[in-house]
Design a protein around this ligand. Sequence first.
Ligand code: F6R
Ligand code: MG
Ligand code: MG
Length: 369
Amino acid sequence: MGKITVSLIKADVGSVAGHVTVPDELIRIAETSLLEAKENGLIEDFRVFKAGDDLELLMSHRRGEDDEEIHKLAWETFLKAAEKAREMKLYGAGQDLLSDAFSGNVRGLGPGIAEMEFTERKAEPIIAFMMDKTEPGAFNLPIFRIFADPFNTAGLVIDPSLHNGFIFEIWDIAEHKKVFMSAPEEMYDILALIGGKSRFVIKRVYPKEGKLPTDEPVAVVSTEKLYKIAGEYVGKDDPVALVRAQSGLPAVGEVLEAFAFPHLVSGWMRGSHNGPLMPVSFNHSRCTRFDGPPRVIGAGFQLSNGKLFGPVDLFDDPAYDYTRQKAMEITEYMRRHGPFEPHRLPREEMEYTTLPKVIEKLKDRFESI
Ligand code: F6R
Ligand code: MG
Ligand code: MG
């Protein structure tokens, strides 16, 4: 049957009531476009989601990563949705589509992409995570905990097929370099990098020698930084990720356990604030309070000969009520800081906002001390 590729490609092409949510009209346009591609045999299956103001296209196909036709399909789907958004006078219509010209790949044009090609196992559980009001580094903590922290993932201790650990592909998004590191052996060095989540981001995770092929990823995260593409602040880099689970990999419950702690992430209000990441149901993926707080949804599937069975709305569960309650306490606490750090991002991370203009305006009034 050959390998299967799962591609999750997203963009904010317009939303309703400011940056709160994607309206059904745009969802329908995306579904029509992907249904046509399924009927034409370009893709095996698809689902369309909204995560806050982001339109999310999940597709399975047999064309591999970075495929021109698949990327073109995503790009043209976003263009159609953006056109509708303009017609409806939605907020931020076409916002993340930073270029007019598609040249074979959506990378660098604005959309965020997480895709991986692998051999489908006898049973293949896969989870799509979609975040809003945050940045790619928001996945560092949960992905690390899933694949390297025995306090999160019991299988790392108990299951012989996980016991050797995993390989992390880490990207330096400032220097455009990557490094492969091995956990648990290099755990402290890995943490030294990925703790600095605005610069070092986990891109992929690979298994070590064992049940699964070592050259096929088991997790992938979108790492596009919009302001690095556009040269100025144009919107958020709200990230997505795909994680495979079970049978030699962390269990679905171990994957989800990593989201039980609402850790602080950056990207809230104007891309300029830290706040807790709140796991929510599909219905609650609407960013309201102070345009947030940052949220994540989880969609669970069985991939079956390329077809997607699901989704299961994984955080639609009282088991996450405590996490949400905690997130709201943290929200309250952080909001009380107003314009002060660490609610507001540190200066270096504000460079793409208006702050440099304030400093520029005052430059002649600064005296030596
Ligand atoms: C966008 C976002 C928002 C905006 C804010 C200001 O995803 O998170 O917090 O940054 O609403 O938006 P503008 O500048 O469009 O009025
Ligand atoms: Mg928006
Ligand atoms: Mg967004």
